[in-house]
Design a protein. Sequence first.
Length: 156
Amino acid sequence: MAKARLKTSRSDASVYAFLAGVDDPDRVADCRRVMDIMARVTGEPPVMWGGSIVGFGQCHLRYESGRELDWMLTGVSPRKQALSVYVMSGFDPHQALLDRLGRFRTGKSCLYLKRLDDVDAGVLEALVAESVAWMRKRHGGGDAAGQASRVESAGR
């Protein structure tokens, strides 16, 4: 089956131009702190996915249905209501960490944080690390698109 064409796909748009357009300076500061965690965990630079997600790393997903797509290992988005942290492994494997994390809500694979100070940053880093390890083990995590060549240093 051919790869699905997604609205949320990797782009060459500037992460830092995107962040400069976010109105809430506290949300941007929180997003940058989470980006630092994700860069440390993945060893990858930030890349825009769609118009509002800052992703790290990339893997190729194959579903039982035959559907295939490329996706980020982890990501973050400074949404208006909350900071969205993409925990691609879901939350079931990480209950012990979630019990120690702090105040948050979850969706299927999104962790919603009103403020980063509401959670333990060390526990968040461990959660992201476990999720990234799970994704790499299950789906690989090579950088087929040459992500390292797109490192942006301006605007940091």
